[in-house]
Design a protein around this ligand. Structure first.
Ligand SMILES: NC(=O)C1=CN([C@@H]2O[C@H](COP(=O)(O)OP(=O)(O)OC[C@H]3O[C@@H](n4cnc5c(N)ncnc54)[C@H](OP(=O)(O)O)[C@@H]3O)[C@@H](O)[C@H]2O)C=CC1
Ligand SMILES: CC(C)(CO)C(=O)C(=O)O
Length: 335
């Protein structure tokens, strides 16, 4: 058996749930790397196109074509899988959770590749916490159509248990090794962390500072660097996120740099703005396409968690309210 086949086989059976930007990217690259992967999409129409045409990943380093067994969410699983990689938007989680549970059977583990907060509670109603993991990724993907995705930017991915500690030697981050190996083989720079929460909150801070401002102003990410008027707002956003994280017992500073955490978060925000200068944030794209945004799970979640803990997060609360207003004005949707 070649090393490639051995590594791919060690990860076991994988189901990617969600045939959008990230799900198509993961399924296509994993299949091309020899993983035993299937793709579970919402509709029979997308399933049928994937079965007929295969899946195409367009990347700067070339185009990958892959045959991935496709299923609709309503189809019965072809047997339990070791891993479900959940790649849906926060608003889809309630519908997708029972689909994931059906594919997982009694022992499989779920890795949620979502931005923001909120999915952890919903998923915990379907899968026990010791089997719940999260991925935080800076890969970029854009679905072109039902069977075609553009790999818009290479990044890095961190995986870890949503509830760190207490799973014993076979669980927790140790259980991720075979999945990490197959993701690396598929071309994703991946590593496992014993506690993923600091990464989740740092990504949350980045999204809370960039997404609503780019969405409200209609500008690409890079524009925020030059707009000095916005910098105090961005600082206030990350300070509030850091305060809520601390209140939830999440230690954000895992690098011994010494600068206050808000300074480091702000540096991270500007670094992302520069690296993705031409990108239109996912929230801006959602507004432009008439889709609901993830605001309730980003700035909205920071504001509501702050309130629950007796803290104030007025800047995140105001940005959330403004994005809701924009959704309602632009699309006639209630906030
Ligand atoms: N795209 C990116 O580059 C990145 C995205 N993320 C995060 O990853 C998450 C997913 O994002 P993205 O892939 O862009 O989102 P998309 O909107 O492109 O894809 C979500 C997909 O989920 C599908 N879906 C909805 N409900 C179900 C269900 N019950 N069963 C199966 N599939 C379902 C949707 O189907 P349908 O199309 O039929 O409605 C859609 O195709 C988000 O939280 C995002 O913030 C994080 C980093 C990078
Ligand atoms: C990092 C960033 C801001 C890149 O556009 C993103 O994750 C998003 O648009 O949701």
């Amino acid at each position: 058996m070649t090393r490639k086949v051995k590594e791919a086989a060690a990860a076991g059976r994988i189901a990617v749930v969600g045939g959008g930007s990230l799900g198509l990217l993961l399924a296509g690259r994993l299949a091309a790397a020899g993983a035993d992967v299937r793709l579970v999409v919402r509709t029979a129409a997308q399933r049928d196109r994937l079965r007929a045409e295969g899946l195409c990943v367009e990347a700067v380093d070339g185009t990958i074509r892959a045959c991935v067994p496709a299923f609709a969410a309503a189809d019965p699983p072809d047997g339990p899988v070791e891993w479900v990689l959940l790649c849906v938007k926060q608003r889809h989680v309630a519908d997708a959770a029972p689909v994931c549970a059906a594919w997982l059977g009694g022992t499989g583990r779920l890795v949620a590749w979502l931005n923001g907060l909120g999915h952890e509670e919903v998923l915990a109603r379907w899968v026990e916490e010791a089997r719940l993991y999260a991925a935080v990724t800076t890969e970029g993907a854009l679905r072109m159509d039902a069977v075609r995705v553009h790999h818009t930017g290479r990044g890095e991915t961190h995986l870890g248990p949503m509830k760190p500690g207490g799973e014993g030697p076979a669980g927790g981050a140790a259980a991720l090794s075979p999945l990490v190996a197959v993701l690396r083989r598929a071309g994703f720079a991946t590593c496992a962390k014993p506690d993923i929460r600091p990464r989740m909150w740092r990504k949350l801070a980045v999204n809370c500072a960039i997404n609503p401002l780019t969405a409200l102003l209609g500008v690409p990410n890079g524009a925020l660097v030059d707009a000095a008027e916005l910098h105090p707002v961005m600082r206030a956003v990350v300070e509030e996120v850091a305060a809520v994280a601390a209140a939830e017992g999440v230690v954000l500073g895992d690098d011994p740099v010494g600068a206050p955490i808000a300074d480091r978060l702000l540096d991270e925000v500007f670094a992302v703005c520069r690296r993705t200068a031409a990108n239109r944030s996912s929230m801006l794209q959602d507004l432009e396409r008439g889709h609901p945004t993830e605001i309730a799970h980003l700035n909205g979640a920071v504001a509501s968690r702050a309130a629950r803990r007796g803290l104030a997060a007025p800047v995140n609360a105001t940005l959330a309210q403004l994005v809701r207003a924009k959704e309602a004005l632009v699309h006639g949707r209630k906030g």
